[in-house]
Design a protein around this ligand. Structure first.
Ligand SMILES: [Zn+2]
Length: 644
């Protein structure tokens, strides 16, 4: 999964296992093919999405049962979201019938996700109707806003109930969907037939159904990618308007290359086909959620038309695609929740998300979505942000992963002191460090690509399945690629409270982090979207209205008494604009007088003097010529792409 971070305009699913404590390194589930081995009568679910434009999905389920006391469950721990985020609050209109009679149900008083009822003698199937109210704000993850007048992203977990006592891999489901007139769709599910606006899909396990969302819309386009590659890949787009679907040829070429480069990196594919399900909309939540054979990528409407937006989102699709190998096929033991009720453990999210963050950026660059320079810029911004992170004093990297389930939904305010989900960006730096150590120690004979081919390519091409791993598996696979004291290396970076970001990868890569007076293109794009970034000068992130998005602890702004949520009304006696604040920071250099701000806080005004004279400061990577340019080697494409 991917979310936006507070600093950069830079900014996840489970196929269950058939054994709860499997031998690591051994496949324990064969997800889609497992469906064919399921002999039980399937649950059926039909989603009527014709009311999606007014934010409601209607579902009709039939659930095979035995007479007696039955508990129906609603998915709670959503795969890839790493937290108990199942949107039970938006389930409405639940009516359960059998043989034409309405049955009485009660909610468990402790588990809000459990519905209890008594099934009378002679009843073998429940007839269930429920609605999903797609009314959430455009924040959050898959349960966030997902529909508009012209499109809908259907996540099956939103409407599903299933009997307690079985794991999702063992519950067969036959799904159908009814769409508004003229709407098309993309999904990893296999259609088996159509009746009017209703499409039926092949029976799959509940785990595969929830792992296979369906993107639909009036303005819809499917672009086959890298046609010479098998299995097949598709870019499925649903947009707010028809004009949003006109991708530039070079963008399509880069996504073609992404498919090729991923194949070269992972030396395997673990899906029967892959669909990038991209929602181009200003009406929905913006994030990415991985699945085994698809990804739910929700970005702004004009992402493929405005270079700034594409730059800022450039690694989203590579990130979610990487999860098909790193997160879906290979998954930390603790992140398995075979019944969506078993709590997840986030302790290895620095691999699941951190390594994905690293490889996603590398693949974005090898594919040509980003240039090498743009990769450098993103890395500089990430390194600088982590380097100026006061929360490092009290919270180690490991705790950001262990506590992930309480950190995803936190406020951006005082994020630098809280630290939030730092295992993403700091994981990126940690794995760059690993990559450069392998390259140095092996005298350039090995790299993290060898680790990926071994770890993610285990077993070669396979159908979707889960092969769990532990910390020790990571260490042993690294050692098999390049012997080193990897356990100590990792513990040092995970468990210690280190005041500065792990800069080893940048330094061994042939660069150093510096501050300059000019924003790079990534930072400029971020400022255009979010407002002034004076984090490395004043210690402020300021939106276009003058509101302080966050204040860096111990910065000059912090020492002057500023806090997040306050609003800058005037800069040196003139009304606030982005340009005036930039100008005041630039002019501080060489000036002896302090910058004067008029600030409003909860209806009260005051004058704040900031005695700062350093001018503008932005992060950049600077080449260190005495060290080989390993970054260049890392970012060089592995494939020679056909010209399309
Ligand atoms: Zn992710």
């Amino acid at each position: 999964m991917r979310r936006k971070s507070s600093l950069l305009a830079c900014l996840v699913s489970i196929l269950a296992v058939t054994a709860s404590h499997a031998q690591t390194g051994q496949p324990v589930s064969a997800a889609p093919s497992a469906a064919t081995s399921i002999t039980a009568t399937p649950i059926t679910v039909t989603v009527d999405a014709t009311d999606a434009p007014r934010k409601m999905l209607h579902a009709h389920l039939t659930i095979p049962v035995q007479p007696g006391d039955v508990t129906l469950l609603y998915p709670k721990w959503i795969p890839g979201e790493h937290e108990p985020s199942g949107p039970i609050d938006n389930l409405a209109g639940l009516v359960i019938q059998a043989n034409g009679q309405t049955l009485t149900w009660v909610r468990d008083s402790l588990n809000m996700f459990a519905i209890r009822l008594h099934v009378p003698a002679g009843v073998t199937v429940l007839d269930v109707r429920d609605d999903f109210l797609a009314t959430a704000a455009a924040t959050g993850f898959s349960a966030g806003a997902s529909t508009s007048d012209n499109l809908a992203m259907i996540s099956w977990n939103e409407v599903m109930l299933y009997p307690q006592g079985k794991i999702a891999a063992d519950i067969p489901v036959t799904a159908s969907v009814t769409l508004p007139d003229g709407w098309q769709f993309g999904t990893a599910l296999t259609p088996t037939g159509h009746e009017g606006n209703t499409t039926h899909f092949a029976t799959v396990s509940l785990e595969q159904l929830i792992d296979s969302p369906l993107l639909s819309g009036r303005y819809f386009k499917e672009i086959p990618l890298a046609p010479e590659v098998t299995p097949k890949h598709y870019l499925d787009l649903a947009a707010d308007g028809p004009e949003d679907l006109a991708l530039r040829p070079e963008t399509v070429t880069a996504f073609n290359n992404l498919v090729r480069e991923a194949g070269a990196l992972y030396a395997s594919r673990h899906y029967t086909s892959y669909h990038f399900l991209v929602t181009l909309s200003d009406q929905v939540a913006h994030f990415g959620l991985e699945h085994h054979q698809s990804s739910d990528d929700r970005v702004r409407e004009k992402t493929f038309l405005q270079p700034d937006l594409l730059l800022l989102e450039g690694d989203l699709l590579p990130h979610e695609y990487t999860h098909s190998w790193n997160g879906k096929y290979r998954r930390p033991e603790g992140l398995l929740s075979p019944d969506y009720q078993t709590p997840m453990r986030g302790d290895l999210l620095w691999v699941y998300e951190g390594l994905t963050e690293y490889l996603g950026g590398v693949l974005a660059t090898r594919s040509g979505i980003w240039t090498e320079q743009e990769y450098h810029e993103e890395l500089a911004d990430t390194a600088a942000m982590l380097n100026a992170r006061p929360g490092r004093a009290w919270r180690n990297l490991q705790d950001t992963a262990t506590a992930a389930q309480i950190l995803y939904e936190t406020s951006d305010q005082w994020d630098n002191w809280r630290r939030s989900v730092d295992f993403y960006p700091e994981g990126q730096m940690l794995w760059l460090d690993v990559d450069t150590v392998i390259r140095k120690q092996s005298h350039d004979k090995k790299s993290i690509d060898d680790f990926c081919a071994r770890f993610h390519g285990l077993g070669g091409n396979t159908a979707p399945k889960v092969v769990p791993y532990t910390f020790d598996d990571i260490v042993s696979n690294l050692n098999a690629v390049q012997p080193y004291d990897w356990a100590d290396f990792l513990h040092e970076r995970l468990d210690r409270k280190i005041p500065h970001a792990p800069m080893g990868g940048i330094e061994q890569g042939g660069y150093q982090l510096v501050l300059t007076d000019t924003p790079n293109s990534m930072m400029r794009a971020s400022e255009t979207l979010h407002g002034v970034n004076s984090w490395y000068s004043l210690g402020l992130l300021v939106n276009h209205k003058g509101v302080l998005r966050d204040v860096l602890m111990d910065s000059v702004a912090y020492k002057a008494g500023l806090g997040p949520g306050m609003k800058i009304v005037a800069v040196n006696s003139r009304a606030f604009t982005d340009d005036r604040l930039h100008e005041a920071i630039r002019d501080s250099k060489g000036s002896k007088s302090p910058m004067q701000l008029i600030v409003e806080n909860t209806g009260y005004f005051r004058v704040v003097n900031i005695d700062y004279h350093g001018g503008e400061r932005y992060p950049a990577l600077q080449r260190v010529s005495s060290t080989p340019d390993l970054l260049d080697e890392i970012l060089t494409p592995r494939t020679t792409a056909p010209k399309n």
